[in-house]
Structures are given as structure tokens and as C-alpha cells.
Design a protein around this ligand. Structure first.
Ligand code: LLP
Length: 418
């Protein structure tokens, strides 16, 4: 749980009581620990310390500019997948030479934006994209540094929605076609192929799929060297899992230990695109109880956060730990469906979960919500996206205010004939 700990039954984030923050900003809200972010980043950085490497924080996991800036201060780069994320990375003053850009559907505008900012490299995901990058770079009179994102066709053994490196996936170029694509790329005047990229999936809990795919990548690099295509960078993507429950999950050290020998032999500079393993346990979502009711045999606890605030339970049936912000030792436990206020049957945070019997206004913490929490939130049901608060020691900073009603309609226009 990182820097979220109970002292005398009260939940703290670093040295501040979560309840006190809730009283100031209201619920629901996201709360992050500055120290956890840094420690998690360092754990990955150190795990690959025997290699020339760069850890690029995967911006999609937690995109707040303040958080990006903290990580940039530690030396992190950024893995971006849209013009918007590239803009955020720029706002956080991340060195463009530490930015990589993936995504199967980059637009011309995004490619141009990346080329003009002179980012480290574009991770190109198809032969058509390769041609477009070449064309745009030539128009701009530059050579774009690229990696091809290859699909190594390994089973990442995670949720199907988080599996990105199997046969038939929409991501990358099948590894069987990679040699031919590199040969094409090598001859194009507007691109310089300098790397190989993979991202096989997310919330991977064992090192084996990585060992298998990284082995394939280094073999590809060797075959390319024989064609005088020099691969200077191997980007192994992200995907390191975190323990959402008490099950065994490989740690950054495990990944470092397993992959370093394979990667070292390649002699390449290594890029790692970690998201969840940095931000996941560094954030919680705090929500309060609105109502308790019974539906047939089920206990229903309605809270003030729902799928618009945290989508993971609805989208993946993800199970986040949930516990009261004030632990009442003697409170009787019940099994309840913890549900949000949205008008969607799929709007739940947990199903049939044992929780203490809580009453209106009691606070609950949803743990391990720092990654893919706020960044996947929406205004569905015209709900106001929650604020984000960052804690360092005894200090709390509001790093994003709660949406207002005005925010909801800001970009809308009423036709003047109406
Ligand atoms: N690199 C690329 C190209 C990616 O697509 C992703 C995540 C990452 C790196 C970072 O992966 P991580 O280290 O965080 O596992 N929304 C989902 C996960 C989907 C991740 C998509 N790509 C969730 O809530 O679990």
C-alpha cells in the first residue's frame, strides 16, 4: 500500500490524515503520495541499473502534469501515445530526447508534432505509418529516428484487454515481417531506424513472457546487424504488474534480474516504459457512503464514486482493495456490492465484498488506484471529475481542482437559430 498506512486505526498518506484532506476537498477525490512515486520509480531504475537505460513513465497511467514533473525531476522520460500526452510531457518539461511515442493510429499532425519536437524516437506500428513518417520528415527536411514496434507473438498471461503481443493483435508489426520492414526503412531518406520496440501487455505478473519476447527482440537485432542495420535501442515496453491482492507478483528486481543478462548481451541502450508499477500503489481514490439498502438478498452500499471516476472494475472486473478510512475494529462485517451513483448496471467498484458495516458519510479508500484511475475517468452522466491531491510529508497540494458545472459545457455551443 506504499505510503498509505493505518496508525491507530486512521488512514494516513505519508504524514497526513486522509480524513482531514477529505474534509477540505470533499469526496470523491484522488490522493497521491509523492514519496511512493519516487520510490517506485527508483526501484525500476535501480533494477535495470547494470544496463545503459532510460525509464520512460507511461503517461497514460497517470497524466497529471505535476506528477510527470516529479518523475522528470528524478530523471524519468515519457512514453506518450497521443499529441495530448506529448503536450503534457512538454508542459512537465521532460527532455524531448527522453520521449518515445507509440500508438497504432498516430495522425499526420501527431507525427509532425513529434518530429518537430525532435523526440527520441517514434515507435512505428505499421508499414503505412512508416511511409507517412518518411514523407512528413522529408517535408520538414529531417530524418526521423524510429523504432518498429514488433509483435513478438507471446502470451502475456493477463486480462485479454491488456494483452497486446499475441498473433492477430492490432498492435505493431508481426515479428515475421519485421526484417523486411527494416530493410525498407533503411532505404527511406526520411527515417533512421535505430530501435526495436515491443509492448506485450499490462499487469504481467511473471517474468517468463518478458524473457521469451526479449529473447526474440535480441535475436532480431542480431539478424539486422548482419544486414548492417544497427539497432542502438531496445525498448522492452511496460507491463510490470503490481499486487492488487495478496497473490505473488514478480517485482521490478525480479524483472531486472531475469532480463539484464539477455539485454546486456545485445549491447543496446534499453528503454523501459513503466506506468502501473510507478503510479499504481502511489494513489488511492477516496469516496464516501451515500446510502445502504437491500435488494433481494444483497446488501447494496451506494458510494459517491463510480465508473466515471474509476473504470477498472467495470471494464476489467478488476478487484481493488477497499477499506474504511477510519478503521472501526469492532464494526461487524457484511458482504456488500459497493456501487456507484451512475445510471448503469455495470457501475460498481466491488461485488460481494466483505466490508465493515458503514453508514452515510463514512469514508472508504479504494487502493492501488494511482494508475489508470483518474486518467480513465470521464464526465459520463455529466458528473464532475474528481480533484487530485498530492501529499509530501505533512504538505498537501491540490494538483487538479474538481470540475465545475461550467467545465461540463465549456466546449459546447448552442446554434444561434435555437
Ligand atoms: N507502453 C505502451 C506502448 C503501452 O500501451 C502501455 C500500456 C505501457 C507502456 C504501460 O504499461 P504498464 O507498465 O502501465 O502496464 N488501462 C489498463 C491497462 C492498459 C494499458 C495500456 N497500455 C488498466 O487499467 O489496467
Amino acid at each position: 500500500m506504499g505510503d498509505f498506512t493505518y496508525k491507530n486505526g486512521k488512514l494516513y498518506c505519508e504524514e497526513l490524515r486522509v480524513q482531514n484532506i477529505a474534509e477540505k476537498v470533499g469526496t470523491p477525490f484522488y490522493l497521491y503520495s509523492w514519496n511512493s512515486l519516487i520510490q517506485n520509480y527508483k526501484a525500476i531504475d535501480e533494477a535495470f541499473g547494470d544496463l545503459d537505460h532510460l525509464v520512460c513513465f507511461s503517461v497514460k497511467a497517470c497524466s497529471n502534469v505535476a506528477i510527470l514533473k516529479i518523475l522528470a525531476g528524478e530523471g524519468a522520460g515519457a512514453d506518450v501515445v497521443s499529441g495530448g500526452e506529448l503536450y503534457r510531457a512538454q508542459r512537465a518539461e521532460i527532455d524531448p530526447q527522453k520521449i518515445v511515442f507509440s500508438g497504432p493510429g498516430k495522425t499526420s499532425e501527431e507525427i509532425e508534432q513529434a518530429i518537430m519536437q525532435d523526440i527520441l524516437m517514434l515507435n512505428v506500428e505499421s508499414s503505412e505509418e512508416l511511409m507517412l513518417v518518411n514523407e512528413i520528415a522529408q517535408q520538414k527536411g529531417v530524418k526521423a529516428r524510429i523504432a518498429l514496434r514488433v509483435n513478438p507473438e507471446v502470451e502475456a498471461e493477463t486480462h485479454p484487454y491488456m494483452t497486446t503481443g499475441v498473433k492477430g493483435s492490432k498492435f505493431g508489426i508481426p515479428i515475421s515481417q519485421a526484417m523486411a520492414e527494416y530493410e525498407v526503412a533503411q532505404k527511406l531518406p526520411g527515417v533512421e531506424p535505430i530501435g526495436i520496440h515491443q509492448h506485450i501487455g499490462s499487469q504481467i505478473v511473471k517474468t517468463a513472457p518478458f524473457e521469451e519476447s526479449v529473447e526474440k527482440l535480441t535475436n532480431l537485432a542480431k539478424s539486422l546487424a548482419a544486414l548492417e542495420i544497427e539497432i542502438k535501442y531496445l525498448n522492452i515496453g511496460g507491463g510490470f504488474g503490481i499486487p492488487y491482492d495478496d497473490s505473488e507478483v514478480a517485482s521490478p528486481e525480479d524483472y531486472g534480474r531475469a532480463l539484464t543478462p539477455i539485454l546486456k548481451e545485445s549491447g543496446a541502450f534499453i528503454v523501459i516504459e513503466a506506468g502501473r508499477a510507478i503510479a499504481g500503489n502511489a494513489g488511492i481514490l477516496v469516496t464516501s457512503v451515500l446510502y445502504n439498502k437491500q435488494s433481494d438478498e444483497r446488501n447494496i452500499m451506494v458510494v459517491d464514486a463510480g465508473m466515471s471516476d474509476i473504470l477498472r472494475p467495470t471494464l476489467y472486473h478488476a478487484e481493488h482493495k477497499i477499506a474504511p478510512v477510519l478503521n472501526q475494529e469492532d464494526a461487524p462485517s457484511v458482504k456488500a456490492d459497493i456501487v456507484g451513483p451512475l445510471c448503469e448496471a455495470g457501475d460498481f467498484i466491488a461485488i460481494d465484498r466483505a466490508v465493515p458495516r458503514l453508514k452515510k458519510d463514512d469514508l472508504l479508500a479504494v487502493f492501488d488506484a494511482g494508475a489508470y484511475g483518474f486518467s480513465m475517468s470521464s464526465n459520463y452522466n455529466s458528473r464532475l471529475r474528481p480533484p487530485e491531491v498530492l501529499v509530501s510529508g505533512r504538505k498537501a497540494y491540490l494538483i487538479r481542482r474538481r470540475d465545475t458545472f461550467e467545465d461540463l459545457v465549456r466546449n459546447e455551443a448552442i446554434p444561434k437559430d435555437l
